[in-house]
Design a protein around this ligand. Structure first.
Ligand SMILES: [Zn+2]
Ligand SMILES: [Zn+2]
Length: 1010
């Protein structure tokens, strides 16, 4: 940088004001035009190591909002940081395209109420077409959001979970499960959503927010003991419709049961619940007549009261001797209700297993819409929950009714549609992950989770170890690749498109793809009996779809390179979602107790400024693209990383963007610009005036050494915190370094030295530039993962201008590492003492209402010897910072100190006295020196060569008092600023000149030089 003209244009290209939106646009164009992202992809061959990564695919059925942005920025932070450290990471996008959410949206768009209606009206081909269109609409918004917020993910190499090639890889994982006997068909009780018309996995049932307060009937009813005169079992339920599928009663074998005489009847219930239940039923007259152990009740038959309406129930009694009898079960809770439980194996999980264990047939007369079938007799066609009150009425008609009220209670609802879930026995396909649970747990234990709380939550969930119901009765998903023979029921799993086409019995159309309805049209010939095999009409759970990604998105070669991945991060809700399905499928695939990720950060979710969940209904969703139309991406990134710990809920408050985040980034910007302007003026060349040069030539002063020492500490601290995913603490390190260390402390220590342009101090100024250059450049690099736009701006406009040989983008620059030789803890301690003492001095000034700018004649520090030593060592800085002419150090308060002439302040064992008298001579000199600095700065700004002598300097509109104080020093000032003469004016109007605004004591003054 020797050409003066070029220098001027370059510094001019860093505008006087920090305007992040404009800079970000410019940088986005730079990245695009110079293909920086593509060039980073080329770094793989020279990388010092590979770090596997697979993108947690966002579902393309929602508009990207700030909660998504927060997670994506965390990923980007890791990527940019690790790339600068020299690693290669396949930071490639991925999109979750299939599943219920997309279908529901398309149903809404087509204006149909459910699956059946959409197929009848539009046909499946059209429906699939619409699903694809829907995801592409969202995809465009996501691309824009990623680009705006500066997420440097490779969009070209994105994977799509609906593509045939991906689905084939997913099928291959299923084949592994099939071969190991881990994929089974079976009748199980599953949670079923009547709205979505599909079953849910147990993981989905446990989703946050799925339990809602609902109102249900609270029904006490009684079943008559068979062949008795007047004995009844007293029972309670909140789901009267399940009485239609009632099969048994259960009691706790070890508990004490009693017969209670109520009026003319005798009721049987558990003893400990008699009082509360009678109170609830408002029955005051009752009498316990007999008591017995629960197990003596086992085998007691009862009269099922609705047999006349449901003939099938009478038939059921002939199928197994235990139908409509009492059994003993340990799960019966005797602390609530009556201790007698009615069992509906077709509608309850515990009930189901109780029947299974005894070989009792399951009575589940319900269809896909959860309406009763003709096996339910007169209830045929009634939606299950709509049968609640008709059942109550029928019980009333048959002397089986006791009391009904409405209760509010927590009940699981569908996380998507919020319909009340119903438990149904259905034919489903299961991955028997319960069989490999110990391997899964062992794998999960080995993963790094960074924080204990989400780790415990995840491991706790995995310990449940239930089988995974993977079949869904939907359309837009990966088809279950199992074909069953119509004749002999033989099953066959197909693991690739090729295998399917080779065995197809019919011609394959050109538009064939691995989706319904096309796959359903393919039949196979049974190898056992030559019968026709048809596909099982299920698609896979979408979590199976995305959970297959570490295998399905890569080639075999890439899998070896990148799996297990190094680091993944998703929201805390993914403990039951992606983190779980990734883990299960990887253990199935490899057969090893190994997770497909070495570390997993579960992020906290994002809420609105008031701490409310963001939701469409509240209208408080902050959309990423809308937010970034008017707000800086860097400020948002900085804010989101700085605001709270990565695992905490974040309350996003847009008002806060312009506070601390803006202060920090704009301070870094202005410090950089301050350096650039001064360095340019003195023609600083970083290759010549290096830190090594300064050290060798003994040019480094205490403040410089202190700054370098602090810098090493911060590099180490920051990097370590990034590694632990403590992003907020990491950013706080930089925040503090920029605002406190650099801006508030170091720059004021050296600023005056840059105001002169004397040849004698030239080398001292170069030393300061070398120091600022090194420090600010290091900080710029450290900031890059957090604020990539600002870092690229400063890198291009300052550091690459000064050193054109630097790598093309800040993203390719090497990550700063601490040089421990520059660390000097003794000096840091001395500075701590110095800075503390200086602030005590300020406090003393406040006591005497003495402005910091007023030079004072003397300060006395009273403190222990160790502290005084440190101050003596840094005396020059102490005088400079406290703005006093002389300092005295003492372990005791000197006798002459006291009275009006001194003010003091004390913290701990340090007391600082300053002389409290205004000294007019010093004041005048102080004003003169302040003004001289402003004139010097103006000289530089206007491009006067250091040796050039000014004709005259004009100062206008100083307050009268300052003018009087300054008068005697005008001659000295002219010498300092190299001018023939300095003139004072009460008003600008006195001279017709080009005035430059400046200030003194935050009052406006005007300067003119020529
Ligand atoms: Zn639903
Ligand atoms: Zn067959």
């Amino acid at each position: 940088m020797t050409d003066n003209e070029e220098t001027e244009t370059d510094s001019a290209s860093l505008p006087a004001n920090y305007t992040p939106l404009a800079l970000e646009k410019e940088i986005r164009e730079f990245w695009h035009e110079q293909q920086i992202r593509e060039k980073l992809e080329m770094l793989e061959k020279n990388a010092k190591g590979l770090l596997g990564y697979v993108e947690g695919p966002p579902t393309l059925n929602g508009i990207p909002h700030i909660g998504h942005a927060r997670g994506r920025v965390m990923k980007d932070v890791r990527y940019r940081w690790k790339t600068m450290e020299g690693y290669y990471m396949p930071f490639w996008a991925g999109w979750d395209c299939q599943g219920l959410p997309v279908e529901l949206e398309v149903e809404k768009l087509l204006g149909v109420r459910n699956k059946r209606e959409s197929i009848e009206k539009y046909g499946m081909e059209r429906f699939i077409e619409e699903c694809k269109k829907a995801i592409m609409r969202y995809h465009a918004m996501w691309l824009q959001a990623d680009s705006n917020i500066g997420v440097f993910i490779n969009q070209e190499k994105a994977y799509w979970t609906y593509k045939d090639s991906y689905i084939e890889r997913e099928w291959q994982i299923l084949k592994h499960a099939w071969d190991q006997g881990l994929l089974e068909e079976g009748h199980y009780v599953v949670a079923y959503c009547p709205g979505c018309q599909t079953s849910l996995s147990s993981a989905e049932v446990g989703y946050e927010g799925s339990y809602k307060e609902v109102e249900d009937p609270s029904l006490y009813f009684k079943f008559k003991v068979a062949d008795s005169k007047n004995e009844f079992f007293l029972i309670w339920t909140t789901m009267p419709f399940t009485i239609i599928t009632d099969t048994m009663l259960a009691v706790q074998p070890s508990a004490e049961y009693v017969k209670v005489k109520v009026g003319e009847e005798v009721w049987i219930m558990v003893k400990q619940r008699v009082e509360p239940v009678m109170a609830e039923l408002q029955i005051t007259k009752y009498q316990i007549t007999e008591s017995m152990l629960g197990k003596t009740l086992e085998g007691t038959p009862y009269e099922y009261p609705l047999k006349d309406m449901i003939p099938k129930q009478a038939e059921n009694e002939t199928l197994h001797p235990l139908v409509h009898k009492v059994i003993g079960e340990d799960f019966v809770d005797v602390n609530t209700a009556t201790g007698v439980v009615h069992l509906s194996p077709g509608n309850g999980e515990d009930d189901f297993w109780a029947a299974q264990r005894r070989g009792i047939p399951i009575f589940a007369p319900l269809d896909d819409e959860v309406k009763f079938t003709k096996d339910a007799g007169l209830f045929v066609g009634v939606f299950a929950r709509d049968a609640d009150f008709p059942v109550v009425e029928e019980l009333r008609n048959r002397n089986a009714f006791v009391k009904v009220t409405m209760v509010k209670h927590e009940y699981p609802t569908c996380w998507r549609s919020h319909h009340k879930l119903v438990w149904l026995a259905r034919k489903e396909y299961f991955l028997r992950t319960d069989k490999i649970n110990s391997k899964v747990l062992e794998a999960a234990e080995k993963v790094e989770y960074f924080f204990d709380e989400p780790k415990n939550r995840f491991l706790g969930f995995l310990k449940e170890g239930k089988p995974w119901c993977i079949s869904r009765e939907r359309i837009w998903g990966t088809p279950l690749p199992i074909w069953t023979c119509e004749k002999c029921a033989e099953k066959r799993l197909i693991a690739s498109k090729k295998e399917l086409l080779n065995h197809a019995q019919e011609a394959i159309p050109d538009n064939f793809e691995l989706h319904k309805p096309w796959v359903d049209r393919v039949t196979l010939k049974c190898e056992k009996c030559s019968g026709t095999m048809r596909r099982e009409d299920f698609v896979l759970d979408t979590w199976h779809n995305s959970g297959a990604s570490p295998y399905a998105r890569f080639t075999d070669k890439e899998v070896t390179k990148f799996v297990p991945t190094d680091f993944l991060t998703e929201g805390i809700d993914q403990t039951r979602g992606w983190a779980n399905s990734l883990l299960l499928l990887h253990v199935i695939l490899t057969g090893k107790p190994e997770a497909p990720y070495k570390s997993f950060l579960f992020q906290g979710l994002t809420q609105d400024a008031k701490g409310r969940k963001m939701s469409k209904s509240l209208g408080n969703v902050v959309e990423t693209n809308k937010l970034l139309e008017k707000n800086s991406a860097d400020l948002c990134r900085f804010y989101m990383m700085r605001k709270c710990s990565s695992i905490d809920f974040m309350n996003f408050d847009m008002q806060e963007l312009t506070r601390r985040p803006y202060q920090v980034l704009s301070t870094l910007y202005h410090l950089s610009r301050f350096f650039l302007q001064n360095a340019t003026f003195d023609e600083f060349t970083p290759s010549k005036y290096t830190l090594e040069w300064a050290a060798k030539a003994n040019k480094l002063q205490a403040a410089d050494q202190w700054l370098l020492s602090k810098l090493q500490e911060k590099i180490e601290d920051y990097t370590e915190k990034l590694g632990r995913c403590e992003f907020n603490a990491a950013v706080a390190v930089l925040d503090d370094f920029v605002i406190e260390t650099l801006s508030r402390l170091y720059v004021p220590m050296i600023r005056k030295e840059l105001w002169t342009d004397e040849p004698e101090t030239f080398e001292r100024r170069q030393t300061i530039y070398a120091l600022l250059h090194h420090t600010l450049k290091t900080v710029t690099l450290l900031f890059n993962p957090i604020t990539p736009y600002l870092s690229e701006t400063l890198y291009q406009k300052i550091y690459r201008q000064l050193e054109p040989n630097l790598p093309e983008s800040v993203n390719m620059a090497p990550w700063p590492t601490p040089n421990m030789k520059l660390r000097d803890k003794t000096l840091e301690e001395q500075f701590d003492i110095l800075l503390k003492t200086v602030s005590i001095g300020y406090a003393a000034r406040q006591q005497g209402k003495l402005k910091r700018r007023w030079p004072l004649s003397k300060a006395i520090v009273v403190a222990p010897e160790k502290i005084l030593d440190a101050l003596r060592n840094l005396e020059e800085l102490f005088l400079e910072l406290t703005n006093v002419k002389a300092a005295e150090y003492s372990t005791n308060v000197p006798e002459y100190v006291g009275g009006e002439n001194w003010v003091s302040s004390q913290i701990d064992e340090v007391t600082v006295f300053v002389s409290g008298q205004r000294d007019e001579k010093l004041l005048g000199e102080g004003i003169m020196r302040d003004l001289a600095r402003r004139v010097q700065a103006l000289r530089k700004e206007m491009g006067f060569v250091p040796t050039e002598v000014l004709e005259s300097v004009h100062i206008a509109e100083l307050d009268p008092e300052s003018m009087v104080l300054l008068e005697p020093y005008l001659g000295e000032m002219a010498g300092l600023v190299r001018a023939r003469k300095v003139y004072l004016h009460t008003s600008c109007k006195e001279v017709d000149a080009q005035w430059h605004e400046s200030e003194l004591d935050s009052k406006k003054i005007h300067l003119n030089i020529h």
